[in-house]
Ligand binder design. Structure first.
Ligand code: NOJ
Length: 765
């Protein structure tokens, strides 16, 4: 389409670049010497050859661009929102017209983006289309549970479907680029952004990230229903000190490479077309100025050929980090590091030309940066079909389809984690008189969580609404506000709790307390909610709590006042129904935690793959005092990684490694039996953990290596088989080479990271 368009466009120099593309193409085809560095989106041979075609087109276009025009491709600006929807300042539109804008974000709706695209394609000197980005994080219009919640489903196929639906919706509204997946390892629940990631484990986080990339980009990035994925925040953002957002990151290279990088890498290996820099520094260098991260690792070692975008004003922030003396050097640092697009700082536009003139940045480097952007635009099909996402008729029927809302409900129920269920307090009989109490019980807004994209509360049911749909005898009292010390609602709450058979309390965090710039030092329930719980418990011994929140909470003091606790996170547009599916027993809870819940916040960071230390604590160790332990609190978290209850019970047995000894490179086969020993059918997540007992460097006490979800009828037993390869057991050894080591490995298979059924094997070179 662009072919025709550019060729037909009168007085448009952009039209001329297509002819050289064809000619150059022939030359390249004959010479056949182009080195392929791009990881093809689907990894297929067809894409491999197509990428050669893309390189030819990039080359030809590059020949026509002036330095100013190349810089234009590296600038991205935000659109704004007013009451009637997105709007873009006239000034920005003028920049687009001048060819000084390569990408926009926060601009959406088919008509608005058509308007901006028309300016770029029809009025700017080269007619290069805009790449429209947006924070499509856990849905676009249909909102799914927050990412931390979705990861608790341990279901990568489900998560891929979510990303696919998000892509279908977002691309119908002008968006072509999702700033997702976030692959930051989250080990500190004080950090508000743990809600956006997939928890503390890099294997799980990487698999979730890869699933999202597949879902967003589909088979072909150029399809009008595909989004370009953006793996973020590169790198190590999850390790901000004390969980304070944007704070310093100070980790060893071994930890960076061994723990924090693998998840980004897994998502990139799935073909993600872009990467976003992290706000933080790593080893004294802000990520946005880090040649080590953006070029050495990302491009040279991993072969990434997509584009890197800075995080919001992160180029400007180099001034605050104190590595750049002025705007010019901040610009030079970012470009030289390999950051293609400047998000919102407006530094590249203002200073990059001068940086080239002064010799701080070579024109060759600007060319490299520009080529990456154009390459992705070609891959995204923007040159061939710049208006692919601007069909207003398609948009009208693209959102919140029944099947999408059904998926939202399904994902919600598979993301909930049952934390406590004393005496089978759950599920509830529909004949019961239920008092629904709590500041979040009738909230619709909070169900969407942070980063809700274009989602709104229209048609969203609160937990109370959904309870009323399923249970006929419901009374309701809010009880208290979220945080303020106001007890005026206690009387009514006490009154309805007194006469009810059971109380369903809906407590937790306001959605605004999670996400970006939402770090906290106290992860327990606000004291007013605690007080309300105690009042209610004083008059009714049957208390079930539903939690809506975006991070692991400190629940140690809540447990004594409840019979059951269901962690429902922020479950999304149709999430309330999904939660009620569990409350009613229509669905047997199957979610498993992907972040440990500390017993006390002082344990943080507490994660399952800790090191043993020289003085490991075990209850039977006679040197009780001089051990690595706390005086008044256990080392272990309240709920470990992988944990979650069900309405049935599962038993593991016969965990067995096929051979005692393996040679390096041989596949290792591990079998285990899992049995449903309860009365209802359910999904169990069988988890395989491994410990490398002696290493050239200290190794975690256990690491997740694989998992399988199995559906078991009551009484049913299944044998499951895991096969591990050398790659699964490789790590950064003492000399920083990556590989396996000889010696003993312990394995466990079970329902959480405390699994006790195990076996072992030896590896020999
Ligand atoms: C800042 C956030 O850190 C990032 O995740 C997001 O994609 C950008 N803002 C754009 O909104």
């Amino acid at each position: 389409m662009t072919k025709t368009y550019i060729e037909e466009k009168p007085n448009n120099t952009g039209g001329r670049w297509y002819v050289p593309v064809m000619m150059l193409g022939l030359v390249v085809l004959v010479a056949c010497t182009v080195k392929e560095s791009f990881i093809s989106p689907s990894g297929s041979t067809e894409d491999y050859f197509r990428s050669r075609e893309v390189e030819r087109r990039v080359d030809s276009l590059m020949r026509l661009l002036t330095l100013e025009e190349k810089i234009g491709q590296l600038c991205m600006y935000t659109s704004h929102h007013d009451v009637t929807g997105p709007s873009t300042p006239i000034y920005t539109e003028e920049l687009i017209r001048e060819g000084k804008v390569g990408a926009m974000f926060n601009a959406f709706t088919a008509s608005h983006n058509a308007h901006l695209q028309r300016i770029a394609v029809e009025e700017s000197p080269r007619g290069i289309p805009i790449l429209f980005g947006y924070d499509v994080i856990h849905g676009f219009k249909t909102i799914f549970p927050i990412n931390l919640a979705m990861s608790c489903s341990w279901d990568t196929i489900l998560v891929e479907q979510v990303a696919r639906v998000s892509a279908m919706e977002a691309t119908a509204s002008g968006v072509k680029w999702a700033f997702s997946p976030m692959c930051d390892i989250s080990r500190d629940p004080r950090w508000g952004r743990v809600s956006e990631g997939s928890g503390e484990d890099y294997l799980l986080c990487g698999k979730m990230g890869a699933a999202m990339v597949r879902g967003y980009q589909g088979e072909d990035m150029s399809s009008d229903t595909s989004l370009v994925a953006c793996v973020k925040h590169f790198a190590g953002y999850g390790a901000v000190q004390a969980g304070r957002d944007y704070h310093t990151v100070d980790i060893t290279d071994r930890t960076l490479r061994g723990v924090y990088l693998p998840a980004y890498k897994a998502a990139l290996d799935a073909g993600a077309g872009s990467v976003m820099t992290a706000f933080n520094e790593v080893d004294g260098c802000p990520a946005t100025a880090s040649y080590y991260l953006m070029t050495d690792i990302l491009r040279d070692q991993w072969g990434f050929g997509g584009l890197v975008v800075s995080d919001y004003t992160a180029v400007m922030e180099l001034l605050h980090h104190g590595t750049a003396t002025d705007s010019l050097s901040a610009t030079a640092q970012a470009v030289n590091a390999g950051v293609n697009i400047d998000m919102e700082s407006d530094f590249y536009r203002q200073y990059l030309r001068r940086a080239v003139e002064y010799g701080y940045v070579s024109e060759k480097q600007v060319d490299r940066m520009c080529r990456d952007v154009l390459r992705i635009k070609f891959y995204a099909g923007l040159f061939d079909n710049p208006y692919q996402n601007t069909d207003v008729t398609r948009e009208k029927t693209a959102h919140q389809k029944d099947s999408y809302m059904q998926l939202s409900r399904r994902v919600a129920r598979e993301s909930c984690v049952l934390l406590e269920n004393e005496g089978m307090a759950l599920p509830l009989d529909t004949a019961l008189n239920i008092a629904v109490i709590g500041p979040l019980a009738d909230s619709r807004d909070d169900l969407l969580g942070s980063w809700r994209a274009a989602g709104d509360t229209l048609g969203v049911l609160s937990i109370l609404d959904a309870m009323k749909e399923r249970f006929p005898h419901i009374s309701y009292a809010k009880g208290c506000p979220m945080m303020e010390d106001d007890t005026t609602g206690f009387a009514r709450a006490r009154e309805i709790a007194t006469t009810a058979d059971v109380v369903l309390m809906v407590c937790g965090e306001s959605w605004q307390w999670t996400g970006e710039a939402a770090s906290v030092t106290d992860i327990s329930l606000p004291s007013i909610q605690d007080k309300l719980l105690q009042v209610v418990r004083g008059v009714n011994r049957n208390v079930v709590m539903i939690l809506l929140n975006g991070r692991p909470l400190e629940l140690t003091d809540v447990i004594p006042y409840t019979n059951a606790i269901l962690e429902a996170w922020y479950p999304g547009s149709n999430g309330a129904r999904g939660v009620v599916d569990i409350i009613s027993g229509d669905y047997n809870p199957s979610g498993r935690l992907t972040m440990s819940f500390p017993m006390r916040v002082g344990q943080v960071p507490v994660h399952y793959d800790m090191k043993n230390t020289g003085r490991p604590y075990t209850p039977d160790n006679p040197r009780q005092k001089y051990l690595s332990r706390y005086l008044f609190t256990p080392n272990s978290p309240l709920y470990p990684f992988g944990y979650g209850l069900s309405y049935t019970s599962y038993e593991y047995s016969d965990v067995s490694v096929e051979e005692d000894h393996y040679l390096t490179g041989e596949p290792i086969r591990i079998t285990a039996k899992v049995k449903n020993t309860g009365a209802v059918a359910g999904w169990e997540t069988a988890q395989l953990y491994v410990r490398d007992v002696i290493g050239s460097v200290t190794r975690p006490v256990r690491e997740l290596k694989a998992w399988q979800k199995v559906y078991l009828a009551p009484g049913e037993e299944r044998e499951i088989l895991f096969t591990l390869t050398e790659k699964d057991l490789s790590f950064y050894r003492a000399d920083m080479t990556w590989g396996i080591e000889e010696g003993r490995y312990d394995v466990w298979v079970g329902g959480d990271s405390n699994a006790s059924e195990g076996d072992y094997f030896y590896i020999k070179e």
